[in-house]
Design a protein around this ligand. Sequence first.
Ligand code: UDP
Length: 480
Amino acid sequence: MSSNSHKLHVVFFPFMAHGHMIPTLDMAKLFATKGAKSTIITTPLNSKILLSHIDTFKKLNPTLEIDIEIFNFPCVQLGLPEGCENVDFFTSNNNEDGGYMFFKFLMASRFLKDQLEKILEATRPDCLIADMFFPWAIEAPEKSHVPRLVFHGSGYFPLCVAHCIRLHKPQNRVASSCEPFVIPDLPGDIVLTQEQIIDGDDESEMGKFFIEVRESEVKSSGVIVNSFYELEPAYADFYKRFVAKRAWHIGPLSVINRGLQEKAERGKKATIDKVECLKWLDSKKQDSVVYISFGSVASFKNEQLIEIAAGLEASGTNFIWVVRKNTGDKEEWLPEGMEKRTKGKGMIIRGWAPQVLILEHQATGGFVTHCGWNSLLEGVAAGLPMVTWPVGAEQFYNEKLVTQVLKTGVSVGATKHARFKRDFISREKIEKAVREVLVGEEAEERRRRAKKQAEMAKAAVEEGGSSFNDLNSFIEEFSS
Ligand code: UDP
């Protein structure tokens, strides 16, 4: 910080879902390591998750300032079930119909607005970095003259895709929902179908909500992006030129977690002991294990899980497979005897995995991912080729970045966004994609590219790197 600047105070306000809270906590830690004071706003149950991580961070860095502000969130009064303070609450039971609850939860979160106003008025921070899912969070900072920044949680590429689709509506000019179209204006001739895009209907409730999101972004002071320039230079330039007023990229955020405990404890408490997991990986050859996870929200019906199990077994490869099933379920999703047959070769984690720890291990050689932005970037930072299996949200856009731009991925062949009837992916397709990503000449090419991208990610956050510089200029600007 320059001599005429004071200690920067940043307030972070993440949407209550792991895919948003995890990178926000990383961001708060990153700002704290730069000498800023970070305050994270959240609800009582979510604060318990965050507090344990913050305690670990403070033990490692006793002089750094990072705190939590807890807002009241009376679920029952807001028409939600008791304890429903996180998207995880209604998606963790492998129930595919989370759309209705998601919207209800989104609307209920507006209740937090008054409390936000009060805290900004009372503390007058230098800026508020609020989640895109809180478009109403623009009014409170306006009243107290606090600059508001938006955090989408996704990268430049998907944000640019969404912009071009919104602007040109190419999906309205095709004869059928599965007819491919090239996204107009966007560099790279990126191809999508109507079935792969986020709900483009502005008349729907969700459509209206997204209009509000865009309007609040226009009024904001800019956007903070979890990415690094070298990953998607054409799209970073495009975004800054045509989409957002201002944007700063400061990622990959996951690399702020340097110690074993910090890496193992991201998000929820892992349902496997980290030492046991590492020991298992240590016993495997380099690049011989494939890690399969679909993030913190997506879930599959039993028939699809059975197919994944069969595909993995048939591939003959070592694997770690995370299944978001409550323990105590009758395990009708697991082919009989599969775990015994694959003993020593496969590990099934029921619940939550220490993902970053697994991805970074030298034995891990491939990542079957739903292409959530955090997972994608964690895969990039770990130098891994990927099997892409998008499910919903902006994941089909992210898939295109991996397969068409970065050229480090093999698509499993999913064709439809979760708002349509889900594809059924056969065991044969799964087996083929897993083999393809691990072995062969093309696999080596992909791996070589992935390792190069990981080096660029590392360099971006080091002194003089693109993310390092963007973060510094942000801090400089907002603390003076
Ligand atoms: N994650 C994890 N363990 C799991 C599942 C997910 O640590 O078993 C973390 C993952 O590392 C990532 C986040 O949860 O940081 C998921 O975010 P992403 O954007 O990939 O997907 P989402 O959950 O939002 O669909």
